[in-house]
Design a protein around this ligand. Structure first.
Ligand code: CTP
Length: 404
């Protein structure tokens, strides 16, 4: 992934600030990480704030850095201009929440301190003035001290009511930096966690996508599980996160990047029994795509079979995850080889199943053929000594007769 070199950026940005006669600050994560890691030079994203002329400033800086600007129309409403995916240029902003837990209305603010006031935690509410010189840390809420004390502390009591995504942000920072919650902040998280239910599914999904990106993903999920930090209607589906699944995922994260979100949620509901209504509820609450929802449905069918047939634990896992494709099955490399050998022993194709059913006077839908095929695979894989073709035919005949 491309990164920003801070010394180079500072030099170029300062020159432009001087030329335009505007104040210029580094803000948020970059200041926090720079203080925390003792002067690191490369950053994956950098937030800049200017006192005015953000568009003009961003155009000149993008030119200097030779990075294209993102579509300005879209970002303008948030007072932010994006230079590539790497740099945000904003002007001083104030936020006002028309009601709890919806996106804020944004308006212009007078000073950098006003801008810092709207932020989530003291460690994120620091600015570093680059221009006019001398360079100086602006730290009105004691962020630097909290970094030293390794504390996550909110700025105001209704922070989580206004924006419950901050609960997830707090968990990420706590686990990422191995910090603690300041006492009142933690109490407020517990008191206000119900507001998570008011967030739109897209916002919840986006928070879980960011959690899925964390190295300490398991710790984040265990914390979320321990304190039930999900929308109320889905709390009872949550189980202790499946460590094996997450650890395997983390070992081959690159390969599974597109499935990161699904694996993350799955790790917490794998051991739950879900009916169609439950799946629909989960899909709605976490904004699953159609494809992700289908995976959940498949998993449930297979879980059911696994339970009926009392499969050994390993087979169960394989079967549960195989609908997600070979790629995901590979998370379980140890068992896959043995299992695939067994899958080879399945002698009947989809067409064979259709013909057997037809002989019994049953017309199968495509979906039903798929389910029967998987059921047959489950039988063959879990049988002690394999199943002859004849036995396999008998089984299918039995199943289709039941349907009649
Ligand atoms: N911010 C906030 N409340 C939010 C989201 C963001 O106050 N719900 C502020 C914080 O000051 C944060 C800054 O906006 O530092 C930038 O947000 P973001 O890019 O999401 O976070 P980073 O601080 O860059 O942290 P991370 O390392 O997780 O990207």
């Amino acid at each position: 992934m491309e990164k920003v070199n801070l010394p180079i950026l500072k030099k170029k940005a300062k020159k432009i600030a001087e030329q335009l006669g505007v104040e210029l600050y580094l803000v948020g994560g970059v200041v926090r990480d720079w203080l925390l890691k003792g002067g690191e030079e490369e950053f994956k994203d950098v937030d800049l704030v200017v006192s005015s002329s953000r568009k003009h400033f961003a155009i000149l800086l993008a030119e200097e850095l030779n990075i294209p600007l993102e579509d300005m129309e879209f970002w303008d409403e948030y007072f932010v201009v994006k230079i590539g995916k790497l740099i945000d240029v904003a002007s001083f902003r104030r936020e006002y929440y028309p009601e709890p837990s919806v996106l804020p209305k944004v308006s212009e603010a007078e000073t950098i301190v006003d801008d810092l006031k709207r932020r989530d935690f003291t460690i994120n509410a620091m600015a570093y003035r680059l221009w006019p010189e001398p360079e100086e840390l602006i730290d009105p809420f004691g962020g630097r001290e909290d970094l030293k004390k390794r504390l996550i502390r909110f700025l105001k009591r209704d922070s989580f009511v206004e924006d419950p995504t901050r609960i997830y942000r707090a968990v990420r920072y706590k686990e990422r930096f191995e910090f603690e919650f300041e006492e009142e902040t933690f109490n407020r998280i517990l008191l206000d966690k119900n507001y998570i239910s008011r967030l739109t599914p897209a916002r919840i999904r986006s928070e879980f996508e960011r959690i899925a990106d964390e190295d300490k993903l398991i710790n984040c999920l265990e914390f979320i599980y321990e304190y039930n930090l999900v929308p109320n209607e889905v709390v009872h589906f949550l189980k202790k996160p499946n460590r094996d699944l997450i650890e395997n995922f983390l070992r081959s994260r690159k390969e599974f990047n597109n499935e990161a979100f699904l694996i993350t949620i799955l790790s917490m509901i794998l051991d739950s029994r879900l009916d169609q209504d439950d799946i629909e509820l989960l899909a709605k609450r976490f904004a699953f795509t159609k494809k992700e929802m289908r995976v959940l449905e498949e998993i449930e069918v297979l879980k059911e079979l696994a339970l009926i047939d009392n499969l050994k634990e390993a087979y169960k896992l394989y079967i549960i995850l195989s609908p997600m494709g070979k790629k995901i099955s590979r998370l379980f490399t140890d068992m896959v080889e043995v299992i695939e050998e067994r899958v080879e022993q399945v002698k009947l194709s989809g067409n064979d199943i259709i013909n057997i059913a037809a002989k019994k006077g049953v017309r199968l839908l495509g979906k039903e053929v798929g389910v029967l095929k998987k059921r047959l695979i489950a039988e063959v894989v879990s049988s002690e000594n394999g199943l002859s073709e004849m036995k396999q035919r008998e089984l299918v005949e039995k199943w289709v007769s039941c349907k009649n």
